[in-house]
Design a protein around this ligand. Structure first.
Ligand code: 6GU
Length: 238
């Protein structure tokens, strides 16, 4: 899969996506992650990419021309209208289902705004999906693009090893992950739950399932409405 991140600050997005598991997938050729510097496409003599908002008000607005030309360069090279995601707090909140869906694409464009945003006319022309990463304000879309690219990339076949891809993960079935323990058996006077040392895999599975459910009730009760619980589990825990 190919990611094209359109941004005024390429260094903000490249570092995080060329490390760890995603970085390994880039090295292996499973992914390419390209940062396109929108400033490289301005036709302004002074390389200006923003201007005052019509109607007045605080801050600056990114102009349509450099954004459109940067996007057009990517789309012309791809040979089709690549899905184009604009990162903005004025959008539905990103979730695992969206990550899985975007991961079915051959290529994906992530458009990062800065300052007070981007001229609405170019957004209407190029954006297919508006995505927020949560109800708080960032200085720009770049951290959100890293979040979205990471979550999408790890769903691309071959990015995770078998060991990494266990689908008993947080949010599978809308339940949180159970707690994990490693050596030593006792640390700081705290022991690992004995069932995990019992060697009884059925008992371990049952314990983990219960922990997942209890943890979800405790920390994310909002997930329970859509959680995949059996009728018996619903009666036991809810
Ligand atoms: Cl996606 N972009 C920006 N600029 N701010 C945000 C956001 C996105 N999600 C939350 N805050």
């Amino acid at each position: 899969m190919r990611f094209h991140i359109l941004t005024l600050f390429p260094e903000m997005v490249l570092q995080g996506l060329h490390s760890s598991i995603i970085g390994r997938a880039v090295q292996n050729g499973i992914l390419t992650i390209e940062a396109v510097n929108i400033r490289d496409y301005t036709t302004d003599r002074h390389k200006k990419v923003d201007d005052y908002p019509y109607g007045g008000g605080a801050g600056m607005v990114m102009q349509a021309q450099p954004v459109y030309d940067a996007w057009k360069a990517v789309v012309d090279k791809a040979g089709y209208r690549v899905r184009t995601v604009y990162l903005t707090p004025q959008a539905p909140v990103f979730c695992q289902a969206m990550a899985k869906e975007f991961a079915t694409q051959q290529e994906l464009i992530l458009l990062c705004g800065h300052y007070e945003g981007i001229d609405e006319r170019v957004l209407e022309e190029i954006v297919t999906d508006y995505v927020s990463i949560g109800d708080y304000v960032l200085t720009g879309g770049e951290p959100a693009a890293v979040v979205v690219a990471d979550a999408v990339a790890r769903m691309v076949p071959g990015v995770l090893t078998n060991a990494e891809s266990g689908h008993t993960e947080s949010l599978e079935g809308n339940l949180l992950e159970y707690p994990q323990y490693s050596r030593p058996e006792e640390w700081n006077g705290r022991r690992v739950p004995p069932v995990l040392l019992s060697g009884d895999h059925a008992k371990v599975d049952a314990w983990r399932r219960e922990q997942s459910i209890r943890r979800t009730i405790e920390r994310r009760p909002d997930l329970l409405a859509d959680a995949e619980l059996t009728q018996k589990e619903r009666e036991m825990y809810l």
